[in-house]
Ligand binder design. Structure first.
Ligand SMILES: Nc1ncnc2c1ncn2[C@@H]1O[C@H](COP(=O)(O)OP(=O)(O)O)[C@@H](O)[C@H]1O
Ligand SMILES: [Mg+2]
Length: 317
């Protein structure tokens, strides 16, 4: 792709919203995924990842807003969307008593791939996911990692341009996870656009060129992985109010190496600490020790950093 042409969107959502009863699981999501992206869709458990992917996969209607996939509206042109996507749900029934090839042949038939062509198609996708050796095996006899790769083979059978993969690496051991990621890289090289969800940023940051982070149904970040790191490294912010001279308080704080910046804001002082690991009690200590009269101290309420930290470490709520 040349650098001067703007990348073509594979997925665009506009104010995408979904209620379950009165609870908003997704609130006004505006998202663009470009063609060729290996896009990480990140959020803690309950953030709204599955809801979003199910809407994109035409299995769930949005309560408001729109989503367009490769030019097709997911509600109005659902059939067209289904032809260009491969959706791997978070949990899919495994047909334990079926053989690997039987299973894929069945799905090939569902997509109306002619019988004469199906054998080659099945062989091709098995090759791609590294399961050629397991053709005749019963699905129930495969390891969890192999079953996940078979799930991937299934969504590749009709050669879709866009893959929607809902936590495909969850529950896999490190080795199986690496194998899965290798396959995704290969699929990206083949020109596929891939959206993969996870509640662990570090699981995806090495393979995805772009990520977004959602929390409680709202988008809190979309862009390159490095941007997440940059936002995290900005340090935590504490607001203080003093009844003594604010200039004196500012000077007191600025002499501390843990403090990056102090600026007045709405009658308070906005104190940016140099690192996330700094305990904010050093702010109170510096002020009180220096003789300033501290009357209020609170941490930034956004909680953004907390979310970033949580998804980075793979912790969930
Ligand atoms: N069918 C449903 N009925 C009611 N609430 C639901 C349903 N599915 C999901 N939710 C709620 O919607 C929110 C988002 O869920 P989900 O999209 O599954 O998040 P994620 O996949 O990120 O864990 C959660 O609070 C969840 O409990
Ligand atoms: Mg989910």
């Amino acid at each position: 792709m040349s650098n001067d042409a703007p990348p073509l969107p594979a997925v665009q959502t506009f104010g995408l919203t979904r209620f379950y009863g009165t609870m908003a699981a997704l609130s006004g999501l505006d998202l663009t995924v470009n063609r060729g992206d290996l896009f990480g869709f990140i959020g803690s458990n309950g953030a709204g990842k599955t809801t979003t992917l199910r809407i994109l996969a035409t299995f769930l209607a949005p309560s408001a807003g729109r989503a367009v996939i490769l030019g097709h509206d997911v509600v109005k042109d659902a059939d067209a969307v289904r032809h260009v996507i491969g959706y791997m749900p978070d949990f899919f029934g495994v047909y334990k008593d079926m053989e690997v090839t039987e299973y894929l042949d069945f799905f090939g038939a569902c997509y109306r791939i002619p019988a004469a062509q199906r054998e080659k198609t099945v062989n091709d996708v098995l090759e791609l996911v590294g399961l050629s050796e397991k053709k005749g095996s019963l699905i129930g006899a495969l390891s969890r990692g192999m079953q996940q790769r078979l799930g991937l083979a299934r969504v590749l059978i009709h050669d879709p341009q866009l893959l929607l993969l809902d936590e495909p690496a969850s529950g896999l051991d490190p080795r199986a996870r690496i194998e899965m990621m290798e396959i995704l890289r290969e699929l990206q090289r083949m020109g596929k656009t891939i959206i993969i969800s996870s509640h662990i940023l570090s699981e995806l940051e090495t393979i995805c060129n772009r990520v977004c982070i959602i929390e409680k149904g709202r988008l809190i970040y979309a862009g390159p992985v490095q941007g997440v790191r940059d936002q995290m490294s900005q340090g935590r912010v504490v607001y203080v109010r003093v009844s003594s001279d604010p200039d004196q308080a500012t000077t007191l704080l600025k002499t501390r190496p843990e403090v990056l910046e102090v600026s007045p804001l709405d009658g308070m002082l906005k104190v940016t600490l140099a690192s996330h690991d700094t305990d904010h009690s050093i702010v109170a200590e510096a002020l009180v020790h220096g003789g300033a009269k501290l009357i209020e101290l609170r941490e930034e309420e956004l909680g953004l950093e907390e979310v970033f930290m949580r998804v980075t470490r793979g912790e969930t709520q």
